[in-house]
Design a protein. Structure first.
Length: 220
């Protein structure tokens, strides 16, 4: 076998990943002082609630509607799934609006902000299809009320809220997969770009950089 110095694509990918996100950035030993804020607590709470949502959702999908409506343990898991979704949406809204007023897209963090916003919008769709997948009178009433609105905007032929099979696939498989991937990308981008500094710190950093640049200029 002849040896070759040509890099394999796996090596190139590994080097690119380590260059973009080295271990000290991925799992840092310390954080800036301004990270000790309640707005980031709500972000972590959102992530924790999402883990509970996914775990209980897997159990419900395995058991099926007849199990979560007739079994006492099924009722418990169903309630745990519901309230973890409520906590997830509440903490996400607080975190999202808090980061909006902090202008979290500063410092080339636009994609970090966009992935968070898109995750929130898709989570609304996941919650909506979850209500449609309950297989009770509530889900039937929600489906019949939503049907006319979706037909009015011309998407009823592609998103049929009266079709339980289609709604359960959207709720259990498609939307959670996309939301989960976006959350992972969002967290990696937070690690890569870092947490946005407060306005005072960013302004002082800019002033220090400008003064350093002026001091470095040669005298005329």
């Amino acid at each position: 076998m002849s040896s070759s110095n040509k890099q394999m694509w796996t090596e190139k990918v590994r080097k690119a990943m380590v260059s973009a996100l080295p271990p000290d950035k991925l799992m840092p030993d310390s954080q800036p002082a301004y990270v000790a804020s309640w707005i980031y607590v709500f972000g972590v709470a959102t992530l924790s609630a999402l883990c509970v949502v996914i775990g209980t959702g897997i159990i419900l999908a395995i058991g099926g509607p007849s199990w979560w409506h007739t079994s006492s343990f099924g009722h418990f898991v169903n309630s745990l799934h519901l309230w973890s979704v409520e906590l997830f949406m509440l903490c996400m809204v607080i975190h999202l609006w808090g980061k909006f007023f902090m202008a979290a897209w500063r410092g080339n963090r636009q994609l970090t902000w966009i992935t968070g916003v898109v995750s929130f919008l898709l989570s609304i769709g996941a919650a909506f299809t979850g209500y449609l997948s309950q297989q009770n009178f509530d889900s039937q009433w929600i489906a019949t009320q939503a049907k006319d609105g979706l037909n009015a905007v011309g998407v009823g032929a592609y998103f049929n809220v009266m079709n339980f099979g289609q709604m359960i696939v959207w709720h259990v498989m498609l939307l959670p997969l996309v939301v989960g991937l976006l959350v992972v990308v969002h967290l990696l981008m937070v690690r890569h770009r870092g947490v946005v500094p407060p306005f005072d710190d960013s302004l002082s950093n800019n002033r220090n950089a400008e003064s350093s640049a002026k001091d470095a200029e040669p005298a005329k």
